[in-house]
Ligand binder design. Sequence first.
Ligand code: ZN
Length: 135
Amino acid sequence: MKKIEHIGIAVKDLEKSNALFKQLLGKSHYKTEEVISEGVKTSFFKSGPNKIELLEATDSESPIAKFIEKKGEGIHHIAFAVDDILAEVKRLEKEGFTILNSTPKKGADNKLVVFLHPKSTNGVLIELCQEVEGK
Ligand code: ZN
């Protein structure tokens, strides 16, 4: 894995949280994006070389809605950038991690994403993401 790509934070109200994080970081989010297949609306902030992704559920079946129901708002996942997501999935499977989707799916921010089950990673949902080429 190359680096932490972003930290994902589950929020109840994206608009309110956009305002809050603008106050916190001293600058606005640079984009918003809806990922319909995941039932989420996202916004992205930059803090130096690092990114923060805020996630709001767009329907009650969304994983984000379920997360907030169980745990409340807060850090939802840590995403790591990888060069070859399929090779990384294979490696991690061999190491005994539980992969939630071995077939990468399209996530926000022009990325292919795979999630690891938090039960195999000390309770932290891990996202692997690979930049999709040719935007
Ligand atoms: Zn993410």
